[in-house]
Design a protein around this ligand. Structure first.
Ligand SMILES: [Zn+2]
Length: 154
């Protein structure tokens, strides 16, 4: 599945889940993608992707905590996406994060706090964080997402 940030022509933002980009295009053409706020079907993808930090005007940090080397332990049954589709989506997510966020490695919790406190430039970062680190950051109000981190070569 892919999550797209969507905007309707009235300026509402919402998220849509699609099997892949082609499915979004096809549903949109058939006017099946509907704004939940106003019912508008003139929907477009927002320029930024979700799940990853984007520059915000408020001084808050958003961050992505990767768990490198581990593959997610989630089971999909029935008509869910194929393993290939999931892998492709995870690779796409990884690529997006790598392109749009700074890698800070083990300094992730420290750096996320700095950004949150305005001591470092507001930007997207990613790196390693334990579940405890991520939880502590969330309690401090830092926006942290843990993402499945697939190896390119797996
Ligand atoms: Zn709308």
């Amino acid at each position: 599945m892919i999550v797209f940030d969507l905007n309707c022509s009235q300026g509402h933002s919402f998220e849509g889940w699609f099997k892949d980009g082609a499915e979004f295009t096809s549903q949109r053409r058939r006017k099946l993608v509907v704004c939940p706020a106003c019912g508008d079907t003139k929907v477009d993808r927002a320029l930024s992707a979700p799940r990853v930090n984007r520059g915000t005007s408020r001084a808050s940090a958003s961050a992505v905590a990767g768990s490198s080397g581990k593959t997610p332990q989630k089971a999909v049954a029935g008509d869910g996406p194929t393993p290939e589709a999931i892998k492709a989506a995870m690779l796409q997510l990884r690529k997006y994060v790598e392109t749009n966020a700074d890698y800070v490695g083990e300094r992730f919790p420290e750096e996320a706090r700095k950004i949150h406190n305005g001591e470092a430039d507001a930007r997207g970062i990613y790196g390693e964080a334990s579940e405890e680190d991520a939880e502590a950051l969330r309690e401090e109000g830092v926006e942290v997402q843990r993402v499945p981190w697939i190896r390119h070569d797996s």
